[in-house]
Design a protein. Structure first.
Length: 476
């Protein structure tokens, strides 16, 4: 039986309640009976979903939004110190709780699986949540994106398993104590918080040290950073019997759970893996080798928790995707539009290659929006090189999110690198104009990717409208 409300969470107020991580915790608390309130910068479908659960959601930030009977104020690392609701909480002595502490409290008394890694967390967490639910295990889950099937990023379930996405960006994953943890890959990102790969490795090692005694850590065997992490972990725990059991997965010869084959089938894949001497073949309903590997990580983690591997492999076919992870948005004039959340060069490369495999001879065109000035400063050249894998791309201005501009850092860093790599890449600051430009380039059979972690996702509909509006004798 799932536990009740954590202490001091009877009447929580969330600042930025519409965010992917914050809204999930708010939904679970509301489903457990809390009187949830909060605020967000703008109206959204997420705000509506929270109101449907009984939450009070204010649009805009003001001290008056903090109710007199609030028992805690929940914040993320993106909330600035001058937020009026945060200032009011401090003046009144209302406890301020980081979202990671709130999520950790929700997992108390349950059997958590925490999914970490530089890339693929949302997809892998989603795969586990959907598959475990299809098996009738009724898990709770908190995910950084909305599932395609249930259409939500979080749920309070009646079962004993809690599946959570574990975010390394601000080291908040150090707060969790999972029974089973996954580390998909380890790369340098989040440059505002990490200065080097050494700091990244230390952070992931701290996360590994949080695994409960007798627990299991599932780690990718094909990724260089993950292999280095595994070597460091084993060296550190060689003299400590309390360290977690480590299980590796992938195509590498020394992987404990071996991926034997990934067979692309349009926008799906068939994957075959061997776990504990038994071969399992199942379908993954999203394209690309990296998504197939995510599914195998989910299989290994579930099996480590005691879930029957054969039934879990079959149930993984129930996963039909998560918003923004190669999500089909529609088709017009023979051109398919797909939305991608990829914003790191490794993710961009993986998604473009995956779509290339599904394009069946058509071209891959990318409408890309860089995310964060700090990331563009450090990885802009690599982003341009990734875009060179597409047939053509249009690059928008940088989406700042929580950051202030950095002098000299613009999208030109990316387009210059793409052009230097021999790519066709064009800058365009105006979003409607960029959508019209990419639509004008597309021909029947082509695939258009709207790519990035910002609001570029909203342009998929505009691209489809532009395609549908052009003359029928041109492009289908």
């Amino acid at each position: 039986m799932a536990p009740g409300l954590p202490t001091a969470m009877e009447r929580p107020h969330f600042i930025g309640i519409g965010g992917a991580g914050m809204s999930g915790i708010a939904k679970i608390l509301a489903q457990r009976g809390a009187k949830v309130a909060g605020s967000d910068a703008r109206e959204s479908a997420t705000a509506g979903a929270l109101r449907a659960l009984g939450a009070t959601v204010h649009i805009g930030h003001a001290a008056a939004h903090l109710a007199a009977d609030a028992t805690a104020v929940v914040v993320s690392s993106a909330i600035r110190d001058d937020n009026p609701e945060l200032a009011a909480a401090r003046e009144r002595g209302v406890p301020v709780v980081h979202r990671s502490d709130a999520l950790a409290a929700l997992m108390d008394g349950l059997r958590p699986i925490a999914v970490a890694g530089t890339h693929g967390k949302t997809t892998t967490t989603s795969m586990l949540a959907v598959a475990l639910d299809a098996m009738g295990l009724d898990p709770s889950y908190a995910i950084g994106g909305d599932l395609d099937g249930p259409g939500t990023n979080a749920r309070h379930g009646g079962g004993e398993i809690f599946v959570a996405e574990a975010d390394e960006s601000d080291r908040s994953f150090h707060k969790y104590a999972p029974e089973v943890a996954i580390v998909l890959n380890v790369e340098l990102d989040h440059h505002a918080n990490y200065a080097s790969m050494e700091e990244i490795h230390e952070s992931f090692l701290t996360f590994a040290g949080r695994v409960r005694p007798g627990g299991t850590l599932v780690v990718g065997a094909d990724h260089q950073g993950a292999r280095e992490f595994t070597a460091r972990l084993r060296a550190r725990t060689a003299e400590d019997a309390r360290g977690p059991r480590v299980i590796t997965y992938g195509e590498a010869d020394d992987a404990d759970v071996r991926v034997l084959k990934v067979l692309p089938q349009g926008l799906t894949s068939e994957v075959t893996a061997v776990l504990d001497g038994t071969q399992h073949t199942f379908t993954v309903s999203v394209p690309g080798r990296h998504y197939a590997h995510n599914a195998v990580a989910a299989l290994a983690a579930g099996a480590a928790l005691g879930v029957p591997a054969g039934a879990l492999a079959a149930a993984l076919a129930s996963y039909t995707g998560v918003n923004r992870r190669l999500q089909p948005k529609g088709e017009a004039r023979g051109v398919r539009v797909i939305d991608s959340y990829a914003h790191h060069p490794t993710e961009m490369t993986a998604d473009i290659e995956a779509i290339r495999g599904a394009a069946a001879g058509g071209r891959v065109l990318v409408l890309f929006q860089p995310h964060l000035f700090s990331r563009t400063r450090e990885l802009g050249a690599e982003m341009g090189q990734a875009l060179a894998l597409a047939d053509a791309s249009v690059v928008l201005d940088i989406y700042p999110a929580r950051e202030d501009p950095i002098p000299g850092v613009t999208s030109a860093v990316i387009t210059d690198a793409a052009l230097a790599a021999g790519a066709e890449a064009r800058p365009e600051s105006d979003k409607p104009a960029a959508a019209a430009l990419i639509a004008g380039m597309a021909e029947p059979g082509d695939l258009v990717l709207t790519m990035g972690a910002g609001d570029v996702t909203e342009l998929g509909a505009t691209v489809l409208e532009r395609l549908a509006a052009r003359p029928a004798n041109r492009g289908g």
